[in-house]
Design a protein around this ligand. Structure first.
Ligand code: SAH
Length: 412
C-alpha cells in the first residue's frame, strides 16, 4: 500500500557483519560491499543483520557506493512526519546556537541550518544566505520529501525565496538529475550575507558550494585576530585559494598593509573586490592563477609575508586520492612556510573528509621540517579548529569533521 506521500516502503535490507558493526559504532554509512542484497530501488527501508534481526531504518540505494544512510535504531518507518521532526530539531539547535556567545552569531545572516547526516537528515543541506535559503540534496530517498521539507522551512523562516541547488556532481552517484530551480518565492541574482563583521555579495545560483564557505566563518576571525596580535602593524598578507577573500578581507579589516588574493576563479575574485569596496576596505591585489604555481613563483622571487592563509579545495575527494593529496598539502604548506616572515602566522586548512586531523598535522610537521632544515625554525601550533558550530560534527562519523583549520606561527 502506498504511504501518504506516494512512496511505498521497501522490504528490509540485510547488511553483513562488518556493516552492522559500523552502524553499532555510530557510523551512519554502510558501503555497498557490506550489503548482502541491494534494494530494488532507492527509498527508506528497515535494516536487518544477516540473521534478519532488525537494526533500525535507513535511506537505502541500489547502486550508490554508500548503500545505507542511517536514520534511527527504532522500528518506526521513516516518513514525512519523522523527517519534519528532524528538520524542526535542526532549527532548534540553530536557535540555541544563537544564544551561545562562543558561536558569535550576532548579526550573522549566513548560516548552515541543516548539515546532512550530522543533523539526522541524510544528504540534505540547507543554508541561509541573507534573505534566501539554498537547499542541496544528495540522497535519492529524501527527494520525494523535499516539497514537504521546503514547505516547513518557508512556514518557519519566511524567506524571500528558496533555491534548489541540485547541481552537485555527487547527485550522479545516486542517479539524480541535476538542476538549479527556484522552489519558492523570489531568489535574486546576488544576495547580501553578513558574517557578523563583514558583508558579502553572494551568487546563490552559481557560487561555489551553496554560494559561500560558511564553515570558515569563525576561522576567518581567529586568523585575523592572531595576525593582529603577532604579525605587528602594517603586515603583509597572502590569501591563497581566497574565493571571496574570507581570510584576506578579515586581515584587511585587522590592519594588514597589503593583501594578495590568489584564486583560479575570476568570478570569485570579482566578488572579493566588490566585498572590499562594500565594507570600506582598501582594494586587495587580486591574482588569478593556479595557487601552487603562484606560491612557487613568490618563493622564487624571495617574497615574504607576515600572514598567509592556504585553503585549497578538497585535494582528496576519494579515499584512494589520499597519497597524492598528502603530497599536495605538503607542497602547499612547505611553500607557505618558506614565504612566512619570522614571527608570522599561517592559517592552513584542509576540507578533505578522508584526511584525518592527525594525518594533516603530520603533513604540516613534515613541511615545517623541510622548510626549516636550513633555518632552524621553531613553529608553534596556536590552535586547531573545525567548521563553525552550525556545521555540527557527529561523534563516530569522522567524515563530519571534514574541515581542519590549523593556525601556526613561525616563532623565529
Ligand atoms: N578561503 C575561502 C574558501 C576557499 S574554497 C574562504 O575562506 O571563504 C577553495 C577556492 O580555491 C575556490 O575559490 C576555488 O576557486 C579555488 N581553487 C581551486 N583550485 C585552485 C587552484 N589550483 N589555484 C587557485 N585557486 C584554486
Amino acid at each position: 500500500m502506498p504511504s501518504p506521500n506516494g512512496v511505498a516502503p521497501l522490504p528490509p535490507v540485510a547488511v553483513a557483519d562488518r556493516g552492522a558493526a559500523r552502524l553499532a559504532a555510530g557510523h551512519p554509512w554502510v558501503y555497498r560491499s557490506d550489503v548482502l542484497a541491494p534494494p530494488a530501488r532507492a527509498g527508506f527501508a528497515p535494516v536487518v543483520d544477516r540473521r534478519g534481526r532488525p537494526l533500525g531504518w535507513a535511506a537505502v540505494h541500489p547502486t550508490s557506493q554508500i548503500a545505507v544512510r542511517w536514520v534511527h535504531a527504532g522500528d518506526a518507518p521513516v516518513d514525512a512526519a519523522l523527517l519534519l521532526a528532524r528538520l524542526d530539531a535542526a532549527l532548534e539547535r540553530r536557535a540555541a546556537l544563537a544564544r551561545d556567545p562562543d558561536a558569535a552569531m550576532d548579526g550573522v545572516t549566513g548560516t548552515r541550518l541543516v548539515h546532512a547526516e550530522a543533523d539526522g537528515l541524510p544528504g540534505l543541506v540547507v543554508d541561509r544566505l541573507g534573505p534566501v535559503l539554498v537547499v542541496q540534496s544528495g540522497c535519492a530517498a529524501i527527494e520525494p520529501h523535499l516539497p514537504a521539507l521546503v514547505a516547513r522551512l518557508v512556514a518557519r523562516l519566511a524567506p524571500e525565496g528558496v533555491l534548489g541547488r541540485f547541481d552537485a556532481k555527487a547527485r550522479a552517484l545516486e542517479g539524480l538529475p541535476t538542476d538549479v530551480a527556484v522552489l519558492h518565492g523570489q531568489v535574486a541574482d546576488t544576495v547580501e550575507v553578513h558574517d557578523g563583521l563583514l558583508t558579502w555579495s553572494v551568487d546563490p545560483r552559481a557560487g561555489q558550494k551553496t554560494g559561500a564557505f560558511l564553515d570558515q566563518r569563525l576561522n576567518h576571525r581567529r586568523f585575523a585576530s592572531a595576525a593582529r596580535t603577532y604579525a605587528g602593524s602594517g603586515f603583509r598578507a597572502l590569501d591563497a585559494f581566497a574565493y571571496h577573500g574570507g581570510f584576506g578581507l578579515h586581515l584587511l579589516r585587522a590592519g594588514a598593509a597589503t593583501v594578495e588574493l590568489v584564486d583560479a576563479s575570476a568570478a570569485a575574485l570579482a566578488a572579493a573586490r566588490t566585498a572590499a569596496a562594500r565594507n570600506g576596505l582598501p582594494e586587495p591585489a587580486c591574482v588569478r592563477a593556479d595557487a601552487f604555481e603562484r606560491l612557487r613563483a613568490l618563493d622564487r622571487a624571495g617574497a615574504r609575508f607576515e600572514a598567509i592563509s592556504v585553503d585549497p579545495p578538497a585535494l582528496a575527494k576519494r579515499a584512494k586520492d589520499l597519497p597524492r593529496a598528502m603530497a599536495g598539502y605538503k607542497e602547499l604548506n612547505l611553500r607557505a612556510l618558506r614565504l612566512l616572515a619570522p614571527g608570522g602566522v599561517l592559517g592552513t586548512s584542509s576540507c578533505s573528509a578522508h584526511l584525518q586531523e592527525a594525518e594533516f598535522l603530520n603533513v604540516l610537521a613534515d613541511a615545517a621540517a623541510d622548510a626549516t632544515a636550513q633555518g632552524g625554525r621553531t613553529v608553534h601550533v596556536l590552535g586547531r579548529w573545525g567548521a563553525a558550530p552550525d556545521h555540527p560534527e557527529r561523534l563516530g562519523f569522522p567524515e563530519s569533521r571534514y574541515l581542519k583549520f590549523v593556525l601556526l606561527r613561525a616563532v623565529d
